[in-house]
Ligand binder design. Structure first.
Ligand SMILES: *Cc1c(COP(=O)(O)O)cnc(C)c1O
Length: 350
């Protein structure tokens, strides 16, 4: 088989949820964000693992993702939709019992007209200017929303992983201000906000990336291993070049392995000539360009040619790979391509 193997450790995902649940403190419910196919790892499998670990509330970005999570979990757990109630979504929201986080007065009107009595939350903008009602919108519809059975008020931090900016305190004060006197559960914090401390936790926290083993949750248990099979090796003599553009040229004799995996699989071209594959603690620098389906790496110093080289694993975590590629763990995970064989270790049975 010449596709990469992505191994997903569900025990680690459950441990990370439990650790973030503990960090959220007693009296705070810890939800789980499984948008974007659980950050590329498989929403159905991951949601079942998290439900088994104790999560009773999930969040997705759009209603279609909510439908997939509902199919995996069955009735019971609450599934919130950050994008709110968009035109055409009423059927999915009703049939899959989704809870839209309404972002604008028009969404509230749409929701109350299409699905009177159906639960909803409100997302407030506390300074990020991305999603959520502005203070004036909120003031205008607040009484209606509360009377219509509002069940959750949330907002989102723009700089949770950069406490030194001082912007978290500003958003916290704004969120407090806007929700004063509402007897409704509140949620402000994703992974980064949980780590800021108890004043950011309110009644519900919503971690995503930390569950999947990446920053800003530095204490996370690693979740992934990505192994790329070696298809072929060759000796490259001094003066010979490797790959598109001949961008690597050997000055000494090198043993070069060609492995399956490329930018079509989410392995960013930015790793060309500077990323590293690994074999049991030994680095194998990427030589030349990452191409669509293939990577060439220097295996000269390995004692033997292994069947596969690791791009992600014990020697190189998601965040160090992301840094080498000039990006962040979030983008790296959600770019993991559909072509990998995915092996779910310790997943809950469907
Ligand atoms: C993605 C997202 C989260 C989860 O954020 P992480 O940083 O991955 O923990 C929480 N809330 C909202 C609104 C989001 O968009």
């Amino acid at each position: 088989m010449a596709t990469g193997l992505l191994t997903i450790d569900h025990g680690a995902i459950a441990r990370n949820w439990t650790a973030l649940d503990r960090a959220s403190g007693t009296g705070t419910e810890t939800a789980a964000v499984v948008k974007a196919d659980a950050y590329g790892l498989g929403a159905a499998e991951v949601a079942r693992t998290l439900a088994r670990a104790g999560a009773r509330r999930f969040f997705v970005a759009v209603a279609e993702e909510g439908a997939a999570v509902r199919a995996a979990l069955g009735p019971g757990p609450e599934i919130g939709v950050f994008g709110g109630h968009m035109a055409g979504d009423a059927g999915l929201i009703r049939d899959c019992a989704l809870v839209p986080m309404l972002n604008a007065p028009e969404q509230l009107t749409r929701h109350l007209q299409a699905l009177p009595g159906h639960p909803f939350g409100i997302q407030l903008d506390s300074g990020m200017n991305r999603l959520g009602m502005e203070p004036a919108d909120w003031a205008a519809i607040r009484a209606d929303a509360l009377a219509a059975g509002l069940r959750l008020i949330m907002s989102h931090l723009a700089c949770a992983d950069e406490p030194e900016t001082g912007f978290n305190e500003i958003q916290l004060a704004c969120f407090r201000d806007m929700t004063e006197g509402c007897d409704v559960p509140r949620s402000l914090s994703a992974t980064g906000g949980i780590l800021l401390g108890p004043e950011y936790h309110f009644e519900i926290t919503r971690p995503g990336i930390g569950l999947y083993g990446a920053l800003p949750f530095a204490q996370a248990t690693p979740v992934l291993r990505l192994s790329l099979p070696v298809i072929q090796t060759r000796i490259v003599e001094p003066g010979e070049a490797v790959g598109y553009g001949c961008s690597f040229r050997a000055d000494t004799s090198r043993t070069v392995a060609t492995v399956a995996g490329g930018y079509a699989d989410g392995i960013l071209r930015a790793l060309s000539g500077r990323g590293t594959l690994w074999s049991e603690g030994r680095p194998c620098p990427i030589l030349g360009r990452v191409s669509m389906d293939l990577i060439t790496a220097d295996v000269t110093d390995l004692p033997a040619i292994p069947e596969a080289l690791d791009l992600i694993g014990p020697d190189q975590g998601v965040d160090s790979l992301a840094t080498a590629a000039g990006t962040i763990g979030y983008e790296l995970l959600t770019s993991l391509g559909p072509r990998y064989a995915r092996r779910h270790i310790g997943a809950a049975a469907p």
